[in-house]
Structure formats: structure tokens, C-alpha cells
Write a protein that binds this ligand. Structure first.
Ligand code: FES
Length: 106
């Protein structure tokens, strides 16, 4: 199972195993990672699952599509590597992925 590291705004981090095929958001909820609210349940309409992907990993997670970009406009202080974690599907290629939970969710 891919290991994913979620870093909190205060620098604390947790590395957990997340099954391939689920989303980065679902992995966070399963492991009770703080700061991922996921208010819309993963339908790309709330932006409360906002994370900043580690720059070294952004090419592997890929760019957000147009719908995700539209929703990211509602996120607080999005960055060049922002993603909505409900739109990132975990694959074996993402083993070692590091993401930072947004300082604040919209
Ligand atoms: Fe709402 Fe991701 S859970 S946009």
C-alpha cells in the first residue's frame, strides 16, 4: 500500500498507508487526519479538502482539471501546487507522496 505523508500547518506530520484506488481525501478521513473537512463528500464542490502537494510530487499528481480549478478559486490562499484531495486518486506511483494540509479551509 502506498505510504502518504500529511503535514499539518504546524509542521507535525503523519505517514499512513492508503489503498490504491481511493482518493487522497478518503485516505485522510480514514486515518483521521486533521484539517481535511471534505464537506461535500468528494464531489469537487466545496474546496474544504484543499492540500498543497509537495513540489517534487506535483508532476506525479498532475494538474487539476478545469472543474477542480474552478472550485479551487474558493480555497483560502491556493498555491501553484494546490489540489483538492478528493480529486487525487492514490496509485502505487504515489508511494511516498507528501502533501501539506491547507492552513485554513474555506
Ligand atoms: Fe469537497 Fe473535495 S471534498 S471539494
Amino acid at each position: 500500500m502506498p505510504k502518504i505523508t500529511y503535514v499539518q500547518p504546524n509542521g507535525e506530520s503523519r505517514t499512513v498507508e492508503v489503498s490504491s484506488g481511493v482518493t487522497l481525501m478518503e485516505g485522510a478521513l480514514e486515518h483521521r487526519i486533521a484539517g481535511i473537512d471534505a464537506a461535500c463528500g468528494g464531489s469537487c464542490s466545496c474546496s474544504t479538502c484543499h492540500v498543497h502537494v509537495d513540489a517534487e510530487w506535483f508532476a506525479k499528481t498532475g494538474e487539476p482539471d478545469e472543474a477542480e480549478k474552478d472550485t479551487l478559486e474558493f480555497a483560502i490562499e491556493p498555491s501553484a501546487t494546490s489540489r483538492l484531495s478528493c480529486q487525487v486518486e492514490i496509485t502505487d506511483d504515489l508511494d511516498g507522496l507528501v502533501v501539506r494540509v491547507a492552513d485554513e479551509q474555506a
